[in-house]
Design a protein around this ligand. Structure first.
Ligand code: NAD
Length: 426
C-alpha cells in the first residue's frame, strides 16, 4: 500500500490495535464515572446503523471494478448525524464504526446539535484518474442516498477526500433529491455554499488548543520545536500556522517518509511543492522514516495522519512533553498510559480536531439560512468554542485526577446519553 508503513504493528506484537474495542473501553469508563447504567453503554458501544455498499465503477481501461464502502451512523438522539468520508486502501468496517463514535464525542464536546457518523471507501485515490474518482464519488452517494440528507446525516471530507469530491457528491444528491441541496454535505467549494474557513478549520482548532496546552506546560510556542506527522489538509495548514507563529517545525512526514531539520524546515518552500494528497517527501533523497520522526528531539508532537502511530513500541522513546492529536486515534490505549505515567500531556483527538466539525456545522447553518458569514466571524466563533472546550476538559481532568482522554470522553458522551434518556430509549 505505502512504502513506509509508519509505526506499524507486527503479528508478534499483541498490543490491541483494534480502535473500536479501545474506544468502547474508554466510553465504558466515562459512562461509569458519570453514573450511567450498563444499558447506556450497550446503546452507545456500536453505531445504531451501519450500511455496507458495493459500488461498480467503469475504469479508464474499460473494465468494471467494484468498490466496497461503508456509512456508520452512531447515534441520532441529539440530532442528525455528521461525519466525514475517507477514501483509503486501509479502510475497514471497524475503523469506520470507531470513527463514527468519535464524531459523537466531538459533537458533544463542542456542543453541536448532532450525533456522529462516518463513511469510508476501500480505494486508493492516488492511483485513480479524475474521471474514475468522480464516478466513485457519485456511485457512493447513490448507494447511501436513502439514509443520508441535510436533516438525517451530513457527510464531509476526511483522509484523501476534498472539496472537489464534496462538490460531485452534492451535485449527485441534488439530482436524486430534485432540489439544490447544499446542506447535504459540508467542506464544499465556496461557490457551492462552502464556508469561509472550513478548509483550515481543523488545523486552526488544533493550533488554538496547542497554544492553551503549551501555556499549561510553560512552553513558548514561538521557538518551540514541533514535529508533525502528515502533510495533508490538517498537517499542511498546521505547519503553516505554527511556522508563522515562530515555531520551529523540525520534522514533517507523509505516507512515504519524513523530512527532518533540527534548525527548522522551510515550510513555505515545502507547501509550494506538496501534491493534492499531501505528498512531498518523494522529492527528496535525505528522508527519514515515520518511525524515526516520532523519536526526534522536540517539544511538541502532532500526529495528523492515520491511527495507531504511537504505540507501546515507541511511546518510551518520545521526547516531546506535549502531544496534540490532530489525527483520529493516533495513540493506542497502552501508549496513552505509558506517556501519561511519564508526565506527557496528551490533548486527545476528540477535542483537538473538533474544529473541523465545528466549522462544518457553521457551513450547514449558513446553507440552511441562506445567509453567509465572513471569515472573521467564523474565526471568532471557532476560537471561543475551542478555548472553552479545552478549559472544560482540562479542568475535568485536573479535578478528577484522570487523563485528558477520559475527561474528554466524559464531556463528549454526556449529551447523547442524556438525550437518549429523555427520549426514553434507556
Ligand atoms: P489528508 O488526506 O489531507 O492527508 C493525510 C496525510 O497523511 C497525507 O500527508 C498522507 O501522505 C499521510 N498519510 C496517509 N497514510 C499514511 C500512513 N500510513 N503513514 C503516515 N502518513 C500517512 O487527510 P486530513 O484531512 O489531513 O486528515 C488527517 C487526519 O486528521 C485523519 O486522522 C483525519 O481523520 C483527521 N481529521 C481531519 C479533519 C478534516 O477536516 N480534514 C477533521 C478532523 C480530523
Amino acid at each position: 500500500m505505502v512504502a513506509d508503513k509508519a509505526v506499524n504493528s507486527t503479528k508478534e506484537n499483541h498490543e490491541n490495535l483494534d480502535v473500536l474495542s479501545s474506544t468502547r473501553a474508554v466510553i465504558k469508563s466515562a459512562l461509569e464515572k458519570l453514573g450511567y447504567s450498563d444499558e447506556v453503554f450497550e446503546l452507545l458501544k456500536d453505531p445504531m446503523r451501519m450500511m455496507t455498499v458495493r459500488i461498480p465503477v467503469r475504469m479508464d481501461d474499460g473494465k468494471v471494478k467494484v468498490f466496497t464502502g461503508y456509512r456508520a451512523q452512531h447515534n441520532d438522539a441529539v440530532g442528525p448525524t455528521k461525519g466525514g468520508i475517507r477514501f483509503h486502501p486501509a479502510v475497514t468496517e471497524k475503523e469506520v464504526k470507531a470513527l463514527s463514535i468519535w464524531m459523537t464525542l466531538k459533537a458533544g464536546i463542542v456542543d453541536l446539535p448532532y450525533g456522529g457518523a462516518k463513511g469510508g471507501i476501500i480505494c486508493d485515490p492516488r492511483e485513480m484518474s479524475f474521471r474514475e474518482l468522480e464516478a466513485l464519488s457519485r456511485g457512493y452517494v447513490r448507494a447511501v442516498s436513502q439514509i443520508v440528507g441535510p436533516t438525517k446525516d451530513i457527510p464531509a471530507p476526511d483522509v484523501f477526500t476534498n472539496s472537489q469530491i464534496m462538490a460531485w457528491m452534492m451535485d449527485e444528491y441534488s439530482k436524486i433529491d430534485e432540489f439544490n441541496s447544499p446542506g447535504f454535505i459540508t467542506g464544499k467549494p465556496i461557490v457551492l455554499g462552502g464556508s469561509h474557513g472550513r478548509e483550515s478549520a481543523t488545523a486552526k482548532g488544533v493550533t488554538i488548543v496547542l497554544n492553551e496546552a503549551a501555556k499549561k506546560r510553560g512552553i513558548n510556542v514561538e521557538g518551540a520545536r514541533i514535529v508533525i506527522q502528515g502533510f495533508g489538509n490538517a498537517g499542511s495548514y498546521l505547519s503553516k500556522f505554527l511556522y508563522d507563529q515562530g515555531a520551529k517545525i523540525v520534522g514533517i512526514s507523509d505516507a512515504y517518509g519524513a523530512l527532518h531539520d533540527p534548525d527548522g524546515l522551510d515550510i513555505d518552500y515545502l507547501l509550494d511543492r506538496r501534491d493534492s494528497f499531501g505528498t512531498v517527501t518523494n522529492l527528496f533523497d535525505n528522508t527519514i522514516t515515520n518511525k524515526e520522526l516520532f523519536e526526534l528531539d522536540c517539544d511538541i508532537i502532532i500526529p495528523a495522519a492515520v491511527e495507531n502511530q504511537i504505540t507501546r513500541d515507541n511511546a518510551q522513546n518520545i521526547k516531546a512533553s506535549i502531544i496534540v492529536e490532530a489525527a483520529n486515534g493516533p495513540t493506542t490505549a497502552e501508549a496513552t498510559q505509558i506517556l501519561t505515567d511519564r508526565g506527557v500531556l496528551i490533548v486527545p483527538d476528540v477535542l483537538a480536531s473538533a474544529g473541523g466539525v465545528t466549522v462544518s456545522y457553521f457551513e450547514w447553518v449558513q446553507n440552511n439560512q441562506g445567509y453567509y458569514w465572513s471569515e472573521d466571524e467564523i474565526d471568532e466563533k471557532l476560537h471561543e468554542i475551542m478555548i472553552s472546550s479545552f478549559n472544560t476538559i482540562y479542568h475535568t481532568a485536573e479535578t478528577r485526577k484522570i487523563d485528558m482522554r477520559l475527561a474528554a470522553y466524559m464531556v463528549g458522551v454526556r449529551k447523547t446519553a442524556e438525550a437518549a434518556r429523555f427520549r426514553g430509549w434507556v
